[in-house]
Each structure stands twice: as C-alpha cells, then as structure tokens.
Write a protein that binds this ligand. Structure first.
Ligand SMILES: [Fe+2]
Ligand SMILES: [Fe+2]
Length: 289
C-alpha cells in the first residue's frame, strides 16, 4: 500500500521519450493500491520518404537505353523525391577549353535531349551541375544579343523544369548547392580525383549521415574517416562515354559506370542502393519498400 494521504486516484504520467522517439510510457499510480502500471504506446513512426538520385545524362550524349531503364524503375519504385544531380545538359560550346569546332556547335540537340530527360524523369529537385553553370557564366561574361540568347536558354530550361513538377532549382555553388533530406545530403560534386567521394562525405555529411554526388561518373560507396562516421555515394552517369571526345584520352574515365542511386530516409535512418547495369541487365531490387 502507498501512504499518500490523498484519497482517490493519483495519476502521474511520465512521458519518457526514448532517444529514438518511438515510445510514450505512461505510469499509473494509485494512492490506495500502489500499482504502477507501465503502458507503452508506440508514437507515430517517422514517415518513410523514398528518393531517386540520377545525374550526368549530358544532353544529346544521353544513354537512351539507360535513361529509359531509369524511367521504368521510377514507375515501379514511385519515389517521393526525384533528385536530378546535375549535368542534364552538356553545353559544349561554352566549355573553357573548347576548340574552334566545339565553339561553333549548335546547342539545339543538346537542349532537346536534356529537356526530353526532364520531361520523362520529372525531377522534383534540380541540382545544377558544372555543365549548366557554363550558361550562368555565359550570361555573366557576355553582353548584348549573345547575353540575351544565353539567358533565354537558361530561362527555357528552368521553365521546362517547373512545368514538369520541379519544386527546387539549386545553383551550382559549393556552399549553397546542397539539398538535404533527413541525414542524406545531395550535391552535384565540386571535386574530382581518387578521394572525391570521401572528401565530399567529410565536408558535407552529418554525423552518421550520407552524401550523394554525381560529377565523377563512377560508382562508389566510401565509408569516410570521420568522428561519428558518414558515408559517401556516387551512382555513375547516364551518358555515352564513347560519344564524348574529351573523355577518350584520360585514364580516369575508365572508372565511369552507368547507373543511378535510390533509397529512403525514415527519421534519422537512411538506406541507399545503387542501380547498376550488369551485362545487358539492370540490377536493382527493393522496389517494394
Ligand atoms: Fe557529368
Ligand atoms: Fe559535372
């Protein structure tokens, strides 16, 4: 028996939110019977948000079969968030070291196929890449009619994105060019080289989080050396290497792979997979999560 000196029932509720936030524990205390009854009610589970990250289709250099495999995958997977990780367009004539032939190339097909990709993938988030950034530089560095034409191209790309459901257009910017979804951060990528994935993870990730990049066109998962841990991912590209003249004389391009990333977040938890072409088949699973 409890000696509380108070008649009736005293109910004390202890809200004990465990670190996971999953439980509310109510303790009922009777002044007469001293019965302490823990009742555990599960709180609502954090919502599972599914996402896809696809990048580097490079306008008219797109690998159409790979892009179609991505579109079919999205129909099954039904992502809540579709991230385009940048380099949707190639914009070769404005490459800094473009030769005379490249400088005179038309952008018509590049824009047409980049828009085809947007119309089918329907990104809800667009992270501009260094190739789109060439247009921003073009606007900055030109005047008169040429400046107007480049601005019109950029406006046309942005209105195509908005017309196809894009809610966020994020600039190519090492500080501002990052999209966060729970503990997963995504950007286009601001460094190349052997350690690029780990360096991006160390720079951008939260403790226990993940970072996704495109840009380097390879497929990697790297657990980074950092207190609390974090992981970097890159999911390959969706362009045809053989069509890209600048890629032909570099060792690094032998690491290029074709694919994309997908996964989910649930509160502070996350999981990321790579969709990868093996032989003639696309390997991915977990479309039923
Ligand atoms: Fe790229
Ligand atoms: Fe890039």
């Amino acid at each position: 028996m409890c000696e509380t000196g108070v008649l009736g029932l005293t109910i004390s509720l202890l809200l004990c939110l465990r670190k996971t936030g999953l439980f509310v524990i109510c303790v009922l205390t009777s002044s007469r019977s001293c019965v302490t009854t823990p009742l555990i009610f599960p709180m609502s589970k954090p919502k599972r948000i599914k996402f896809v990250y696809a990048s580097d289709n490079h306008g008219d250099k797109v690998d159409k079969k790979a892009a179609e495999a991505l579109f079919a995958f999205c129909k099954d997977f039904k992502p809540d968030v579709r991230i385009h990780g940048g380099d949707c367009f190639d914009i070769r004539p404005y490459r800094k070291s473009a030769d005379a032939e490249e400088k005179n190339q038309s952008l018509k097909d590049d824009i047409k196929w980049g828009k085809w990709f947007i119309q089918n993938y329907k990104p809800t988030v667009m992270l501009m890449g260094n190739h789109e950034y060439r247009l921003y530089e073009g606007v900055e560095n030109n005047i008169g009619r040429k400046q107007e034409l480049i601005q019109e191209l950029l406006d046309d790309i942005k209105s195509c994105l908005r017309a196809n459901g894009c809610k966020k257009i994020i600039p190519y910017h090492a500080d501002k060019g990052v999209y966060s979804l729970g503990k997963v951060r995504a950007c286009h990528g601001y460094k190349c080289g052997k350690n690029a994935v780990e360096e991006h993870a160390i720079h951008y990730a939260d403790r226990g989080g993940a970072v996704i990049i495109g840009h380097i066109h390879s497929m990697q998962m790297v657990t980074a050396q950092r207190w609390g841990g974090c992981v970097g991912f890159t999911g390959g590209c969706l362009c045809l290497k053989d069509e890209m003249s600048y890629a032909q004389n570099r060792f690094a391009t032998s690491k290029w792979a074709t694919g994309w990333l997908y996964g989910y977040i649930e509160g502070n938890n996350w999981k990321i997979w790579q969709a990868h072409k093996v032989g003639k088949k696309w390997i991915y699973s977990h479309t039923d999560i």
